[in-house]
Design a protein around this ligand. Structure first.
Ligand SMILES: *Cc1c(COP(=O)(O)O)cnc(C)c1O
Length: 422
């Protein structure tokens, strides 16, 4: 059956969506704005605005230094334990700290030191560039002759799984990949690749930034060694919210945080001059956490837990399928290409559409047509679907406006524009 392209059909899908009510849990000042960038910066939960006022005015303003004993000190573990439920980990296997990039750096150094004599780190060319810079920086800092072996995707869309499997051998110290790749949205099989890495004695670090909160993840079951992830995308933690890291329970005492700091010290208020790592994951803290932005992660995570990750995934798949159906009928004839996997089992929750006039179209959508997607070079218009608050009608409207941007040649006037953040 061909999917109907009329708006009434989108409204019918919304009417039978049992997660539709969650949309009301988010601030939405402009009902005409179609927001499709929740994979880059999640919307603001209403509960977060109240919590922010309480944190700043009461907790900081009135409680002052007492706040540390009234909840601030335990925030990294307490919120980590909630995130653990989203990624199939035990409560003591996840902690919130620093940024994704910094956490990745800490874990890479720790992993390489735990595999002496093995020089190779395997990753792919679909990985987020920051992750590759971090790997290279860690290699340079260690100065121990490590090297990156990069697997290349044949089409820029699908992860080079076979190449990765072929690269894994006794020289491999570490395999590190983005679970969902940031441009095409390709979804790796954590279980299969972790098993293959373990078969040659290598460790794994998964970057869950584009999958946490929309794709069910079973870290413990998969045997994955380590993971990092971002809290300001589908977790709705707010711009620059600190990130999380995961280390499998039985590895926690074997790995050493290379950025030792007082927050990771065993009895920090003894102010001992010699560093003694705290037990468990706490040793992976370095300095004082950014309490306000850390605390503000919680309402978004609570909403995801209330919705349930399996239901979120089911809606996300239905919505990306719907978007692809509309692309096929309405946008492919206008020159748009599908730059994401066609198989829903192999993709996350965003869809990239290519077009030779991609950047101009993106800017026309933002400046004139009331749609906020984002753009990734060379020609990807990324449409992020956040099943907590994206409606089927949003997707329908976005497709109509993508069509309009081309039929009315709205991209023409943006040909010379180069914005800082795309
Ligand atoms: C968003 C994202 C990051 C973000 O890193 P920051 O340190 O927060 O800037 C890292 N890796 C991946 C794969 C991402 O998608």
């Amino acid at each position: 059956m061909t999917t109907p392209t009329d708006a009434t059909y989108a409204d019918q899908l919304d009417a039978t969506d049992d997660l539709a009510g969650f949309r009301q849990a988010f601030v939405n000042d402009d009902p005409h704005l179609i927001y499709l960038d929740g994979n880059s910066l999640g919307r603001l939960p209403r509960a977060t605005t109240d919590l922010a006022a309480d944190l700043v005015r009461r907790q900081w303003g009135s409680r002052l230094i007492r706040g540390w004993n009234e909840g601030w000190f335990d925030l990294p573990e307490r919120i980590g334990a909630k995130i653990a439920r989203l990624i199939g980990a035990d409560p003591d296997e996840v902690i919130v700290a620093d940024s994704t990039s910094v956490n990745l750096f800490k874990l890479i150094i720790a992993a390489l030191r735990a595999r002496p004599g093995r020089e190779r780190i395997i990753s792919d060319d679909l990985n987020f560039p920051s992750d590759l810079y971090i790997i290279q920086g860690a290699i340079d800092m260690l100065g121990a002759g490590h090297e990156i072996a990069l697997a290349y995707s044949s089409d820029g869309i699908h992860g080079p799984v076979e190449t990765i499997l072929g690269l894994l051998d006794q020289t491999t110290a570490l395999l590190t990949l983005s679970h969902v790749t940031f441009k095409s949205g390709f979804l790796y099989d954590i279980n299969a690749l972790t098993a293959a890495a373990h078969a040659v004695g290598a460790l794994t670090i998964w970057d869950l930034s584009h999958s946490v909160g929309v794709v069910p993840i079973h870290l413990k079951e998969s045997g994955a060694d380590m993971a990092v992830g971002c809290c300001y995308k589908y977790l709705n933690g707010g711009p620059g919210a600190p990130a999380f890291l995961y280390i499998r329970r039985d590895l926690q005492e074997q790995l050493v945080n290379p950025i030792a700091g007082w927050m990771g010290q065993r009895n920090l208020f003894d102010f001992d001059l010699a560093y003694q790592p705290a037990p468990g994951l706490r040793q992976f803290l370095t300095g004082t956490p950014p309490v306000v932005s850390l605390a503000l992660i919680e309402p978004g995570v609570d909403l995801l837990l209330a919705a349930g990750i399996e239901r979120l995934r089911a809606k996300s798949v239905a919505q990306t399928e719907y978007l692809i159906e509309l692309w096929q009928q309405r946008l492919a004839p206008l020159g748009y290409t599908l730059n994401s996997p066609r198989d829903p089992a192999r993709r996350g929750s965003h869809i990239s559409l290519g077009h030779p006039e991609g950047l101009g179209i993106d800017l026309a959508l933002i400046n004139e047509l009331g749609v906020l997607p984002d753009f990734r070079t060379p020609d990807n218009i990324r449409l992020g679907i956040a099943p907590l608050y994206t409606s089927f009608r949003d997707i329908h409207t976005a497709v109509e406006r993508l069509a309009q941007a081309v039929t009315e040649q709205r991209y023409l006037k943006y040909r010379d524009h180069r914005p800082t953040v795309t």
